[in-house]
Design a protein around this ligand. Structure first.
Ligand code: BTN
Length: 323
């Protein structure tokens, strides 16, 4: 049933105009009455479908309100999102994925919510996650890697989010090392990677991605307005969350497989393409000091290379770059 519906959506999405009930029934191997019943189910889930006599069916718009069904349908991935949980409201999707990981759920499990009431950011900050306005999603990963390589997965995720934005709009996303996504110098997305590891092996990673999608300017909290924004504000258009999430998952799977096969060096070029202020002078802080340096690029292992005024180059694994 579910796989037929997924195929049906793929067929409808793959044609420019209309596709007849007869053709759909032939391709799916079901009766025309069954096609009609599936169409009604799709409409109930928020799809707007046009049915024209003698021409057939056409999807006019996909639902904006996400659900497990709408996210799964049309998602042509091999492993990511096959186990997928959607919630209207949660404290934090990170916590749910930690629980699912302990229950032995597979690599690629996705948890997504319309709203988080205790969204977590990096460095114990809060992450504002208002209802229906963004993508609040965590993915369970079980990589076969030593813990020192975990930060590479965060960098990988940042390139995926940047590519998705670049492919769906005319915006020019940039990644502020290690993983803040900026558009026009304002943050629209952040990544939080949490890891459960033993001495030399990662047990699992919870990769949290937060993206401000459809907030209006007035919905961005006043105290962060100078440095935060949303895709809608920057592109002046509404974004369909379901399609945006599916795009992220598809790109993530493809990029992760490339990383598994060829290592981080195959991701480095993508990252540098989107790198923020590479070649420019910035202020950097670590636990020990704050100084001015030029960002040189990233190393094959994902570390940031910065050159201070006296010409000395440093490899940084943990630091904050200021705007
Ligand atoms: C940052 O500080 O930039 C990282 C923000 C990460 C937010 C995401 S939203 C989905 C997941 N659940 C959380 O509670 N946090 C992450």
């Amino acid at each position: 049933m579910e796989s037929t519906r997924k195929e049906l959506i793929q067929l409808l999405n793959n044609v420019e105009g209309h596709i007849s009930g007869q053709e759909l029934s032939g391709q799916l191997g079901i009766s025309r009455t069954a096609v009609w019943k599936h169409m009604n189910e799709l409409k109930k889930d928020g799809y707007e479908i046009e049915a024209v006599q003698r021409k057939g069916y056409k999807i006019l718009s996909s639902p904006d309100k996400i659900s497990e069904n709408t996210l799964r349908w049309g998602l042509d991935t091999k492993w990511i999102g096959h186990e997928l949980h959607h919630y209207d409201q949660v404290e934090s999707t990170q916590e749910i994925v930690h629980q699912l990981a302990k229950q032995g759920k597979p690599h690629g499990t996705v948890v997504i919510a319309d709203e988080q009431v205790k969204g977590k950011g990096r460095m114990s900050r809060n992450w504002d996650s208002p209802k229906g306005k963004g993508i609040w999603m965590s993915v369970l990963l079980r990589p076969n890697l030593p813990p020192v390589q975990a930060p590479q997965i965060t960098l990988l995720a940042a390139t995926v989010l940047a590519r998705m934005i670049a492919e769906r709009s005319a915006l020019a996303p940039q990644i502020k090392w290690p993983n803040d996504l900026l558009i026009n110098h304002k943050k629209v997305s952040g990544i939080l990677t949490e890891m459960q590891a033993e001495q030399d092996t990662i047990q699992y990673i919870v990769l949290g991605m937060g993206m401000n999608v459809n907030q209006e300017d007035r919905e961005i909290p006043a105290d962060i307005k100078y440095k935060a924004s949303s895709l809608k504000i920057e592109s002046r258009q509404h974004w369909n969350i379901q399609q945006t999430v599916q795009h992220i998952l598809r790109l993530f799977e493809e990029t992760y497989e490339r990383f598994e096969a060829h290592g981080f060096s195959s991701i480095k070029k993508d990252w540098e393409h989107f790198g923020y202020k590479i070649g420019e002078e910035v202020t950097i802080s670590t636990m020990k000091k704050t100084w001015q340096a030029t960002l040189v690029g990233i190393e094959p292992d994902g570390a940031l290379r910065a050159k201070s005024k006296d010409g000395e180059e440093e490899k940084l694994y943990s630091a904050e770059i200021h705007w």
